[in-house]
Design a protein around this ligand. Sequence first.
Ligand SMILES: NC(=O)c1ccc[n+]([C@@H]2O[C@H](COP(=O)([O-])OP(=O)(O)OC[C@H]3O[C@@H](n4cnc5c(N)ncnc54)[C@H](OP(=O)(O)O)[C@@H]3O)[C@@H](O)[C@H]2O)c1
Length: 322
Amino acid sequence: MKSNQTMRAVAIDEFGGIDKMKPRKLPVPEVAADEILVRVDTAGVGVWDPFEREGRFAKEFGIKANFPHVLGTDGAGTVEAVGGDVHNLKRGDRVYGINLMSPKGGFYAEYAVIKANNAATIPQALSTREAGVLAVDGVTALDGLDKTLKLKAGESVLILGASGGIGHLAVQLAKRMKARVLAVASGQDGVEFVKRMGADKVIDGHREDVLKAAREFAPGGLDAALLTTGGKAAKQAVEALREGGRAAYPNGVEDPPQARDGVKIMSYNGEPDPHTFAKLNELIEGGPFEVHIARTFKLENAAEAQQALNDHYLGKLALVLN
Ligand SMILES: NC(=O)c1ccc[n+]([C@@H]2O[C@H](COP(=O)([O-])OP(=O)(O)OC[C@H]3O[C@@H](n4cnc5c(N)ncnc54)[C@H](OP(=O)(O)O)[C@@H]3O)[C@@H](O)[C@H]2O)c1
């Protein structure tokens, strides 16, 4: 790649509403020793991307933004160049990864720079498109089930928001971890979708009684619950835990459940690192795995994509770069 080359991107000049998002021509970012340059094929559009745009991540993590800031926290593509200290990835590899408020910008662009430790090769079983929406939600699903809940084979787990981004991945990962899965999905279309993901039992959390379904599924109480949304259904999931049971929710979930005697409720963040990516890839390679993209948008329609985050949809939204 020649220096001074420009790329198409969607960036903001200041934090704010959707109207701040502008298609731009910007310089391709330069790679440091511990980084890779990726030609982006697909960028994830996460429910947290509006937080990035509004400046909430910058404030929370004490990061000073480098405007114009290219948006987008995860994505996938092909390695174009590697820094001098990177030995596990090479030019031409298909990779996916995470970039949160990097001063070099994110994935709403033709090229993105990622720390090599925040990236991994794409499992054979997945297309580059699917991998484009996998990184944040996949790592967060796995960290919830594995590091936080310490889910064991044979245990019962309720997954709330099972037709959403984290949820549909968590259902498949929990089945690979040999747990019994009660999935609480959104809408009849969500129920049909999550049955396909292999859950042992699926209910519609907007229409059915979560507590009743959980008591039928695990009469002695649930061992664990992964909550990707809050409110009444989350409260009922916690109520259905056995004595000594545990629940986890990623930070960002609104109206999370309150603590209850005899159960543990933990909030956590998905933390990308080579070990987690390796485990995620290994579980995904263990058989057919679906990363579901409900709708795709062109890069220049990124604002429309962020608007669509407010609609009901299954799985994920994505920007496609080619
Ligand atoms: N801290 C971290 O590291 C981290 C990382 C990733 C995500 N997060 C946070 O985790 C949360 C989930 O992320 P996500 O990407 O999975 O979002 P998502 O795709 O919006 O998933 C949430 C799902 O819950 C569904 N839902 C809401 N109420 C329900 C109910 N009563 N019964 C059944 N389903 C219900 C929603 O469907 P409807 O909209 O159709 O109701 C949606 O599909 C967000 O708050 C996000 O900010 C945190």
